[in-house]
Design a protein. Sequence first.
Length: 184
Amino acid sequence: MSLTSNQQAQLLQLARQSITQGLSTGQPVAPPATTDPDLLRPGASFVTLTKDGQLRGCIGTLEARQPLQADVCENAFNAAFRDFRFPPLQADELPQVQVEVSVLSAPEDLDCESEAELLQALVPGEDGLIIAEGQHRATFLPQVWEQLPQPAQFVQQLKAKAGLPQNYWSPRLRVQRYRVQKFI
């Protein structure tokens, strides 16, 4: 799905409204009634908050389970107040926080026999990646390539994030890739 600049602006506004309402009520904003079918279609999104160029919160969903606009509202609220890596956002921080919304494509399985094959299949800067095995699961958005530009480093750090050894490989390891449309 490719969103128009107007739809992107609506989603960014909803994300900010959800954070603002969260500061005063402790609840995300309820998405308004809309007739825009793209915003009502199930969608998966991540909302990333940065302050002074540093990560301040990032929460999202990998699978489309609810209308896109509802997903963005919920993820914005959760990024601001429920990302366990950070204290809840405070009102005085809001003017300095940049909000980025990433709308995800449906994940596609990558059938790789080895890590070397996976590294060959990746498109740096474009692919988001999900790895999962048992209770271990993690994802990196394509934006993470900016900090980890080498495919081997990208995959190793993703495995570490999932709680797996960096040199781990197993035929049971499930690998999926996705793309995003991101906007600020």
